[in-house]
Design a protein around this ligand. Structure first.
Ligand code: OVM
Length: 410
């Protein structure tokens, strides 16, 4: 007899006495669009908070978020990094063989992906990134105004990343939407997740077809994955699944990072001027944009066995959301987190996660953002708002929907 009560596809838990209870929906669209107050209240309630309507624990203080996120032994990924527990419910798609796994399975696939995304491979891409960024910025300078989301933040990664992977099929709308689906699917059964499942049904066949070996050139990052299948490092059917991970995690995330960077500099012209005066600030500016806007705002884990968080007992099967956006805004860690300062050098920010699952593509992500900021900083005196910035709620991503901009030539 199974008397376990389920909620959002995981076990309903009884929180340990003393854990603060907060009756809120962290996936409400108003919060997802404008999360700063929610981040502050979450941190203020304590190191760990129980959210009854989803029966999950939520972490927002830097110290606890970092500790739990780095602890893959107690807080597993193989049961899914959203609210569904893969040990109980059938996952919405075939699980990722790098994201939704634990060691030792994770160790083998991670090694193949980190080779394809290594600093050496990124070095081979930077000239192509720079040339594409220069060309794109030149063409946007000819316009009176444009949408920073569709015409720059989406266009650039879609121009360079599928090319780096060696994809023969490229469709901006499908590639961006697929990432949005993957991240929305991490949330509860709300409007956003239901959209994701519907949209995924339309585009998943296109995505999987685009990951096939005969749809990839033999000189890209995708070919490196298939090479690993040839040498026996991977099974044959694992190669397209790892190429799928490039598309799940590598497009919408960098689109968001670039869009958020444009937003930061349109709102902080004095910081743009500092960047123009000292191009060596491009690198730390990228880190500050990532800290300040947290493109991936929330990521989950599951307690693999009975354990504890901040001294409170946590039962096996508990879903825990790590609110990376809140950790990146914790004044205990950052002092003045709500000040956007491009020379902050925010070592230890959580935008790429932490621990063994820390973003394997972070060198590519940085290179894309740096290429755009370099091109803009040489050609553009000011990045001005040309209308209201509108955020696009997503269960795991903090991204813009619209960003009307005007570039003032240098
Ligand atoms: C994957 C995947 C999907 C989403 C995110 C991610 C941030 C990985 O399919 O492997 O890492």
């Amino acid at each position: 007899m199974n008397t376990m009560e389920l909620i959002e596809g995981h076990k309903r838990i009884t929180p340990a006495p003393g854990i603060p209870v907060w009756d809120i929906d962290p996936y409400g669209e108003a919060i997802l669009s404008d999360p700063l107050e929610y981040y502050a209240e979450l941190r203020a309630k304590g190191p760990v908070v129980y959210i009854p309507r989803l029966s999950i624990l939520a972490l927002g203080q830097y110290a606890t978020t970092h500790k739990v996120f780095s602890d893959h032994e107690n807080f597993v990924s193989s049961r899914g990094v959203g609210l569904n527990d893969f040990a109980i419910e059938k996952p919405w798609r075939a699980p990722s063989i790098i994201l939704e796994v634990d060691p030792p399975d994770h160790t083998r696939t991670r090694k193949v992906m980190s080779r394809a995304l290594s600093p050496k491979m990124v070095k081979g891409l930077v000239d192509m990134f720079a040339a594409t960024a220069e060309e794109l910025v030149s063409s946007l300078l000819k316009k009176d105004s444009f949408d920073g989301v569709t015409e720059l933040a989406e266009t650039f990664p879609v121009a360079v990343f599928p090319r780096a992977v060696g994809m023969k099929d490229v469709d901006q709308r499908i590639l961006v939407d697929y990432g949005a689906c993957v991240f929305n699917a991490m949330g509860p059964d709300n409007r956003l997740r239901r959209w994701a499942l519907e949209r995924n049904a339309e585009i998943a066949p296109w995505i999987m077809a685009a990951c096939a070996r005969d749809r990839l050139t033999d000189d890209g990052l995708g070919a490196m994955i298939y090479d690993a299948a040839d040498t026996g490092e991977l099974d044959q059917e694992e190669a397209p699944m790892l190429v799928r991970s490039f598309l799940s995690a590598g497009v919408d995330t960098t689109v968001t990072g670039i869009g958020n960077a444009l937003w930061c500099f349109s709102q902080h012209p004095e910081e743009w001027q500092r960047l123009r005066d000292d191009p060596s600030l491009v690198r730390p500016a990228v880190e500050e944009v990532l800290r300040f806007t947290s493109p991936v705002h929330t990521f989950g884990r599951t307690a693999g066995h009975d354990t504890e968080i901040a001294g409170f007992p946590v039962e096996e099967g508990t879903k825990i959301i790590c609110v990376l956006g809140a950790a990146n805004m914790d004044p205990e860690k950052w002092g003045d987190p709500e000040v956007f300062r491009i020379d902050r050098r925010p070592t230890g920010h959580m935008a790429f996660g932490a621990g063994i699952h820390g973003c394997v593509g972070q060198n590519v992500a940085r290179a894309e953002m740096e290429a755009i900021l370099h091109a803009l900083s040489r050609k553009v005196a000011r990045i001005e708002p040309a209308g209201e910035a509108v955020w696009r709620p997503n269960n795991a991503i903090h991204a813009l929907d619209q960003l009307p901009l005007k570039l003032i030539p240098a």
